[in-house]
Design a protein around this ligand. Structure first.
Ligand code: AHG
Ligand code: MN
Ligand code: MN
Ligand code: MN
Length: 336
């Protein structure tokens, strides 16, 4: 149909999810309601991020979080926004946030069947200089809505029903999977709506970019060091890969998803489990990568098979184009 039809056939994220929902006659719109509250919170954080510099919303909040990180004002604000939005949706039972040591158990009158794990503001070190940051979330189904327990969120990533992120960059982009592919939506500020701009995202099978903090090279283990060396000095006469590292996982993963390549946050001698948190960074991004035709590996196993024991557990992660991750899997297999 004509280009005009595309221009007037505004596929908003809400319409998109309702279409998806119609494929599940049993669902009573609960997921759509939950998602609309997540989307609302993202729009609020997006507008706060865009005016952070003007509204004195940059800088430290004066507290340290369970990660041992100095919280930024936007860390605290976005956490409060998401906690309130998720509770008021009436569709959640347990909330796990990077910024809260303990899980939030929603009071019975507002309980729903979903558990949400989230990183309210990812890439905090980039806030004060205006570099892209984001929000990451994953959604599990609660086992028994009358008896929510920590077991409901200490589940392998493969049990997630949905996952996504919102990137606050040159445009505000929302990327979502509900288990049947990956779709990207861009906020049209004049409408205040997320419009489908990247339908059915598939990551290139192989990429020309590697993304890692080379500053940790001194502490890497053998396979990682060998792999990165091979990116820079390929043995098969192919051209070296480019290095792109933004330092916000959301931005590095979004670029990897669209352009291809590999993102690595390896273990190192200082942090044997790497830095990224399993529940609300590793699992959502791994789920998205697999749904887009890529893969995600911890150095020992498929990332989504990990069974977390603690809420803020960390894991090394290698994710991105299928063939690129295969190479690093082979190196770890040879070392095992
Ligand atoms: P957060 O800001 O939510 O704590 O996450 C920061 C993470 C992630 O966004 C990024 O990939 C990584 O930290 C960067 O770590 P380094 O600065 O050690 O490279
Ligand atoms: Mn943090
Ligand atoms: Mn993060
Ligand atoms: Mn964070």
């Amino acid at each position: 149909h004509s280009a005009d039809a595309h221009r007037t056939d505004l596929m908003t994220i809400t319409r998109f999810v309702l279409n998806e929902q119609s494929k599940h006659p049993e669902s009573r719109g609960d997921f759509t309601i939950l998602l609309s509250h997540i989307v609302l919170a993202c729009k609020f954080v997006c507008s706060s991020v865009n005016k952070a510099g003007l509204a004195k919303l940059i800088g430290l909040a004066g507290e340290t979080n369970v990660q041992g990180e100095e919280q930024k004002k936007l860390d605290v604000l976005s956490n409060e926004v998401f906690i309130k939005a998720l509770i008021s949706s009436g569709r959640t039972s347990i909330l796990v946030s990077e910024e809260d040591e303990e899980a939030t158990f929603v009071e019975p009158s507002l309980r729903g069947k979903y558990c949400v794990v989230f990183d309210p503001l990812d890439g905090s070190s980039n806030i004060d200089c205006g570099v892209s940051i984001g929000t990451i979330f994953g959604i599990y189904m609660v086992n028994d809505v009358n008896e929510p327990t920590l077991e409901d969120v200490l589940q392998p990533g493969k049990n997630m029903l949905a996952a996504g992120y919102c990137m606050y960059g040159s445009s505000c982009t929302f990327v979502l999977t509900t288990g049947s592919g990956v779709n990207g939506f861009t906020l049209d500020p004049s409408l205040g709506e997320f419009i489908l701009t990247h339908p059915d995202i598939k990551i290139p099978k192989k990429g020309k970019i590697y993304s890692v903090n080379e500053g940790n090279a001194k502490n890497w283990d053998g396979p990682t060091a060998f792999y990165v060396e091979r990116c820079k000095f390929p043995k098969d006469g192919s051209s070296p890969k480019s290095l792109r590292y933004i330092g916000s996982m959301v931005a590095d993963v979004h670029r990897t998803l669209l352009y291809g390549g590999i993102f690595l946050y390896p273990a190192d001698k200082k942090s044997p489990n790497g830095k990224l948190r399993v529940l609300y960074e590793v699992f959502p991004m791994s789920f998205l990568m697999e749904q887009a035709g890529g893969q995600a590996f911890t150095g020992k196993q498929r990332a989504l098979d990990l069974i977390p024991k603690k809420l803020h557990e960390r894991s090394p992660i290698f994710l991105g184009s299928y063939d690129d991750v295969e190479e690093i899997k082979a190196l770890y297999a040879a070392e095992a």
